[in-house]
Design a protein around this ligand. Structure first.
Ligand code: NAD
Length: 383
């Protein structure tokens, strides 16, 4: 198979869909790899590294898209890439089609097989190609929170870990899932006092075991959140209800009760955010202030650390890519229902029930069986 790797064109997107080690493994398996020049540059991966891995470097996106059987990317195609969609092409990337009727229409009209990272599901119900970006965002949330607590960044002037004789900062984490536990690891490592709030008691028991009692766990309700926030220097929002907008568990009056110069990092902003005062921000202009509290609400946090994020993402995507390349799309999907669940468009039909439901168009299972329909409609998220 010929695998194409174009450079990402979405604003501030500097990740890349394949790293040189992946190119080498594909070559060893007998495939051809075409990489657009400078595709890896944003992730500090040079043309030379790809060339040494056996990839062919091509000067334009058009050449990569037109020669490849399968294009591997990070973000959904942008308007400038629509002209490259054509029959026979397979696209393997984050697609997030539910809110994108225009792109869905383009994929259907062109007959492209669109395989979305975010709807690939494993037998235990996990979403293996979403987890790595939540790991990155959770860890990064503490790093950026610590930076904005510094006085020159507008914060209270607090060192997360304190020093002997001066108390450490209080970090509250709302939601103890992938984002929450990764944030807790970093906050503990920096010496902060950490509290995790979750509505799932079973999850809180697991967290208590994982951290051996080093974090305070609290059951989620408005009273608990309100009292916790009054004493928190940094609050991280990592709540998710799959397929739904994040619940606004933090009201404005709770924000007003926080100390001047405290920081909130709403990681869940891509699902609408869990603070009433949150609105989406960008890496160019990441923070704003409400009631003297700094708000960081960047919707694509992993793009701030593209080198780490690219490797984290491709570690997870590569086994699926290799399977698609080695077996061909149809056999790979027949053999692997979790991978089949990633197929959102196939020969002009929508093959994912969630995408079909969100756009009011008919759903047709890829193999005419129930494989795809096993996936819940609740997996349309970000990356
Ligand atoms: N901004 C970004 O760049 C970025 C990057 C990665 C992930 N995210 C987002 O971060 C959010 C969290 O992702 P995740 O992978 O950790 O999800 P997850 O499913 O692993 O964890 C979510 C947790 O929220 C808890 N929860 C649900 N309702 C709650 C409530 N009312 N009170 C307290 N806890 C509640 C759940 O029990 C669960 O433990 C998602 O919205 C995800 O899209 C954003």
């Amino acid at each position: 198979m010929i695998i194409g790797v174009p450079r990402e064109v979405k604003d501030h997107e500097t990740r890349v869909g394949l790293v040189p080690s992946g190119a080498a493994a594909l070559r060893e398996a007998g495939h051809e790899v075409l990489v657009e020049t400078h595709a890896g540059e944003g992730s500090t991966l040079s043309n030379d590294e790809y060339a040494r891995a056996g990839a062919t470097i091509l000067p334009t996106a058009a050449e990569v898209w037109s020669r490849a059987d399968l294009v591997v990317k990070v973000k959904e195609p942008q308007a400038s890439e629509y002209a490259f969609l054509r029959p026979g092409l397979t696209l393997f990337t984050y697609l997030h089609l539910a809110p994108l009727p225009e792109l869905t229409g383009r994929l259907l009209d062109s007959g492209v097989t669109g395989i979305a990272y975010e709807t690939i599901v494993e037998p235990d119900g996990s979403l293996p190609l979403l987890t790595p970006m939540s790991e990155v965002a959770g860890r990064l949330a503490v790093q950026v929170g610590a930076q904005y607590l510094e006085r020159p960044s507008g914060g209270r002037g607090i060192l997360l870990g304190g020093v002997p004789g001066v108390a450490s900062a209080n970090v509250a984490i709302l939601g103890g899932g992938v984002v929450g536990t990764n944030a807790a690891k970093v906050a503990l490592g920096m010496g902060a006092h950490v509290t995790i709030v979750d509505r799932n008691l079973h999850r809180l028991r697991e967290i208590d075991d994982i951290f051996n009692g080093m974090v305070v766990t609290l059951a989620s309700n408005a009273w608990t959140i309100s009292e916790t926030l009054k004493l928190s220097d940094l609050v991280i929002g990592g709540i998710l209800i799959p397929g739904a907008a994040a619940p606004k568990v933090v009201r404005r009056d709770m924000i007003s009760s926080m100390r001047r110069g405290s920081v909130v990092v709403d990681v869940a902003i891509d699902q609408g955010g869990c603070f009433e005062t949150s609105r989406p921000t960008t890496h160019t202009d990441p923070v704003y202030i409400v009631d003297n509290v700094l708000h960081y609400c960047v919707t694509n946090m992993p793009a701030a650390v593209p080198h780490t994020s690219t490797f984290a993402l491709t570690n997870a995507t590569f086994p699926y890519l290799l399977e698609l390349a080695n077996k061909g799309i149809e056999r790979a999907c027949k053999d692997h229902p979790g991978l089949c669940a990633g197929v959102n468009t196939w020969r002009g039909d929508v093959t994912h029930p969630g995408v079909a439901a969100s756009q009011g168009c008919p759903f047709k299972a890829m193999h005419g069986d129930a494989a795809s329909s096993r996936v819940s409609a609740g997996t349309e998220q970000r990356a």
